[in-house]
Design a protein around this ligand. Sequence first.
Ligand code: 4NP
Length: 141
Amino acid sequence: MVCLGNICRSPIAEGVLKKYLPKDVFFIDSAGTSSYHVGCKPDHRSIEVAKRYGIFIENQKCRQFNVNDFKNFDHIFVMDKKNLYQVLSLLDDSKYSKKVQLLSKEEVSDPFYGGINEFVDCFKLIDKACKKLAEKLLSND
Ligand code: 4NP
């Protein structure tokens, strides 16, 4: 799960998808295209909203997306089109381009400069998309 900062959207997406998929089968992680917040825990608003829905994300630690992720993961889901272009610009082998997709057709926009309501909307959109994604991944097994 990839966004810009890896402190608002992708930590929520990591936590939500982990809720929907068995951890002994799926390894789920998140990263940011930027290095702004490397080593930090998620934004307190993401932590708070996730907690309201029963998901604990406080122990996550921000890291930057890197080219090894193309090899190490089967799927790379990005939150918005800027993330998509940014990730695709790092491609060192075009065979990996098919792994990179938007999480949701309706982009998950950046809530960083918004208030708690933007984080709630963000959570709901991510939850809807992850539920659909988990059903798809499980049906392909
Ligand atoms: P995220 O949100 O990409 O969902 O983690 C952002 C977090 C931080 C910044 C921008 C977006 N920033 O500019 O620091």
